[in-house]
Design a protein around this ligand. Structure first.
Ligand code: NDP
Length: 329
């Protein structure tokens, strides 16, 4: 019997999640049954969807999310002892998972060719697949076009901007600090602006005098409305997230964008990355190749320790991370 710890969400979040919304529970894991594996978790991911999905499930619930770990005991021959795996069992140090369960979402760690294993919850995990398919399948950028991405210095945004550069586009990013913007330019972004201090409408007119062809929207809100209002005819918008609204219930739920949609004949499409679940490996292979060849850079914001997952989570929601926010257990 293994003693394990996990985070439980005790009550719905109101605004920014509070420490007392969570409880760390110690429990004994039972012996594994046929089809199950016991996993020692080494990396835990903190992501905005953990905020956005709260309220859709009755509380209490185990905090879900992707993690990376090693199989310690196995009654599934596909996942022998020692195998590195990704699971969706959330914020825990040990867990029992079943690869046949849709919610446990167990899969073998891709061959990372020597890259950090934590990338399996970042650029070579769900956020990387989100960037890859959202940009390439919905925006479909062509060489020479102008791509704008918000949340540009985060897990998804950094990958979006760098793929757009690889595809020969001009790339403009928006992020929340001057330091993040400087870093984005060091990654090859043509321009990066601090949305908290600039007049977005003005800087966009200067940076994209011929207009915007593709917009990868991570944040929603007024910034997105400004960007969409400056798009070219037949522009494409991939709506990935709306983090500006996750903790702020005072925002209006809609802005009048129809005028631009009609006269510019825009395509605006929301998506969930699971739409391409069967093809994530295609994205991972390309992204690993780009990282190994130096065309793409990755950065992680690492928090140490199981007890600090809550701090990592709210820190990420408040913009403390540059690159992917992860916790080393
Ligand atoms: P990030 O690594 O980008 O972290 C979140 C970032 O959001 C923060 O660092 C902060 O950076 C920014 N932020 C916080 N509040 C605001 C605000 N009010 N306005 C603008 N930016 C804000 O997270 P991810 O890359 O993991 O996720 C980015 C987006 O993608 C989220 O909206 C998420 O929900 C979405 N997503 C959607 C998926 C899908 O399938 N559709 C899958 C995965 C993610 P800053 O300093 O710039 O403010």
């Amino acid at each position: 019997m293994v003693k394990a710890r996990k985070y439980i969400v005790k009550q719905p979040f109101v605004g920014l999640p509070k420490r007392e919304d969570f409880e760390i529970v110690e429990h004994q894991l039972p012996p594994i049954k046929n089809g199950e594996i016991l996993v020692k978790v080494e990396w835990v991911s903190v992501d905005p969807y953990m905020r956005a999905y709260n309220g859709r499930f009755p509380t209490p619930y185990d905090q879900f999310g992707f993690n990376v770990g090693t199989v310690q005991d196995s009654k599934d021959p596909r996942y022998p002892v020692g195998r590195k795996v990704v699971t969706h069992k959330g914020w825990c140090d040990y867990t029992i998972a079943n690869a046949s369960s849709e919610t446990d979402r167990v899969y073998k760690l891709p061959d990372l060719k020597g890259l950090n294993e934590s990338l399996a919850v970042g650029a070579v995990g769900m956020p990387g697949a989100t960037a890859y398919f959202g940009l390439l399948e919905i925006c479909k950028p062509k060489a020479g076009e102008t791509v704008v991405v918000t949340g540009a210095a985060g897990a998804v945004g950094t990958v979006v901007g760098q793929i757009a550069k690889i595809k020969g586009c001009t790339v403009i990013g928006f992020a929340g600090t001057d330091e993040k913007c400087q870093w984005l330019q060091s990654l090859g972004f043509d321009k990066a602006f601090n949305y908290k201090t600039v007049d977005a409408s003005k800087v966009l007119k200067e940076a994209a005098p011929s207009g915007i062809d593709c917009y990868f929207d991570n944040v929603g809100g007024e910034l997105s409305s400004i960007i969409i209002s400056q798009m070219n005819v037949r522009g494409r918008v991939a709506v990935c997230g709306s983090i500006s609204a996750y903790n702020d219930t005072s925002l209006p739920e809609a802005t009048i964008l129809q005028t631009y949609l009609v006269f510019k004949q825009l395509k605006i499409e929301g998506f969930i990355v699971d739409r391409w679940l069967g093809q994530w490996n295609v994205a991972f292979a390309d992204i690993i190749g780009w990282i190994k060849s130096g065309k793409m850079k990755t950065q992680e914001h690492v928090t140490e320790g199981f007890d600090n997952i809550y701090d990592a989570f709210v820190g990420m929601l408040q913009g403390e991370n540059t690159g992917k926010a992860v916790v080393k257990i």
